[in-house]
Ligand binder design. Structure first.
Ligand code: ADP
Ligand code: ASP
Ligand code: MG
Length: 448
């Protein structure tokens, strides 16, 4: 049974400086049901940490990134007087950071340790901001409850262990105090620090909500909800007041950066509603994502995901042969490569793969290509973008004319529709994808 607890998550721009943190603290002050707060690193910090994790950086570059992290923290610290417990914790965390950052990266494990400092530092500072507003708040190390496997850089949470640990260590605190903890990070069975992948704090918040039986998750960011497309790209993009879990999950999966792609999983498993709003303008409301089926059949949004690879495999053997696709997919899965879109013809199959900088498989393994080449002709195309129309009960025939007019202006590499009524996807050249999204938005989503 769900409690009245709310988990609130604040993203990097919401915690960029003291004033931004203060606005977030007021949101918590105004809602007594917010008992767990999951924070991102202050804006810019994780990028410095990622740069520090690269092996081949000069001492000067290393120092500039360390200084970058320290400058962001010190800028906030200058407006605060830390209580003794937080002062001790903060200076110890800073010392550990400087020691970790001074070492040349040797392993993925080391990199995750390094990347964890952004959230560990911001959670200390934000706890003090809450206390200064008269809110009883404690900083809590999420690594004692958010348990994951040891896949450093993109760890998979262990839901059962996380729940058991949260019930033991986290829930007993919640009637007493607001708990400020870290998004993005967790720990494996040996207690080693792991991370959930870039943007993973949204996912952390949903996982924690599931683990403590919260009634909702509030994702506070820099936009007043989920829009019909990225508002940075289309001025006329509109916030969507309500989305179903399916619609939101598809949007996140196909590139709406406002939510980490996995965020909806725990929420829909546990039936927990998700709110997305702006920490700069909480009074403007936002988007509610809920279990109910969508009341608005049709296209609701257009998204894009850049850095896609198109793999085309051609083989006369496929003609009238069984087992070709099974062979292809077996090899791809041996190399841990996940496939998004698939189309087939009589003698060929085309597949798209995600090559985003943070994807678990950053590039197609040469050994894998070699194995595929043994029984088919392989072509690899890079620099493509997957554009997705997202909604529910999407029926091509309703939009055919408009869509075809838009697509006629561009070089479309592949179209997929049918496996789900929640999306219609196609691949375009990356250099054209912003224009494709703008054009689709204008013709299909700005009409009424
Ligand atoms: P945070 O740091 O709070 O996690 P992010 O930068 O990860 O924030 O996500 C917010 C950004 O997502 C917005 O500034 C916006 O540019 C981008 N975005 C992409 N697609 C959408 C969309 N459909 N609706 C709203 N924002 C979107
Ligand atoms: N700080 C991490 C990142 O920048 C996680 C997050 O913000 O969600 O990716
Ligand atoms: Mg984010």
């Amino acid at each position: 049974m769900s409690s009245s607890f709310i988990v609130a998550k604040f993203g990097g721009t919401s915690l960029a400086d003291f004033d931004a943190m203060f606005r977030c603290a007021q949101i918590i002050h105004d809602d007594n049901n917010v008992r767990v707060v999951a924070v991102s690193a202050s804006a810019g910090v994780t990028n410095h940490l990622v740069a520090l994790s690269h092996k081949d950086i000069s001492d000067a570059v290393r120092q500039s990134h360390i200084d970058g992290v320290l400058a962001i923290q010190n800028n906030i610290l200058a407006k605060l007087t830390l209580d003794a417990d937080l002062a001790t914790l903060f200076s110890q965390t800073l010392a550990d950071f400087e020691q970790c950052a001074a070492l040349t990266s040797t392993s993925e494990q080391h990199n995750d340790e390094l990347l964890s400092f952004g959230e560990r530092l911001s959670s200390c500072l934000f706890t003090q901001v809450l206390r200064d507003l008269g809110i009883k708040a404690e900083r809590f190390d999420v690594r004692s409850v958010l348990k994951t496997d040891a896949h450093f850089g993109k760890a998979t949470p262990n839901v059962a262990q996380t729940r058991a640990a949260a019930l033991e260590h986290l829930v007993p605190l919640l009637n007493e105090t607001v708990v400020v903890t870290q998004g993005f990070i967790g720990s494996d069975q040996h207690g080693r620090t792991t991370t959930l992948g870039r943007g993973g704090s949204d996912y952390s918040a949903a996982l924690l909500a599931e683990a403590i039986d919260a009634c909702s998750v509030h994702i506070w960011t820099d936009v007043v909800g989920i829009f019909s497309t990225d508002p940075r790209l289309c001025q006329k993009a509109k916030p969507i007041p309500k989305l179903s879990f399916d619609e939101a999950a598809e949007m996140a999966t196909f590139g709406a950066k406002v939510l980490h792609p996995a965020t909806i999983l725990p929420a829909s498993r546990a039936g927990i509603s998700v709110f997305v709003g702006s920490s700069r303008a909480p009074e403007q409301g936002g988007t509610w994502i809920e279990k109910e089926k969508s009341q608005h059949p049709g296209i609701r949004a257009v998204t894009q995901r850049k850095n896609q690879i198109l793999l085309t495999l051609k083989s006369p053997e496929m003609l009238l042969a069984s087992g070709f696709l099974a062979r292809v997919f077996t090899i791809l899965s041996e190399y841990n490569i996940s496939v998004d879109l698939v189309t087939t013809s009589e003698i060929s199959v085309a597949l798209t793969l995600d090559n985003a900088p943070n994807a678990s498989r950053p590039e197609l393994d040469q050994a894998c290509l070699q194995r595929l080449s043994e029984f088919c002709h392989v072509t690899v195309e890079n620099n493509l973008t997957l554009v997705a129309l997202v909604g529910s009960e999407i029926q091509l025939r309703q939009h055919e004319m408009n869509l075809m007019q838009v697509l006629a202006d561009f070089n479309i590499r592949m179209i997929c529709h049918g496996a789900s009524k929640h999306n219609l996807c196609f691949l375009v050249e990356q250099s054209e994808s912003d224009a494709v999204v703008q054009s689709i938005h204008r013709r299909l989503l700005e009409v009424c």
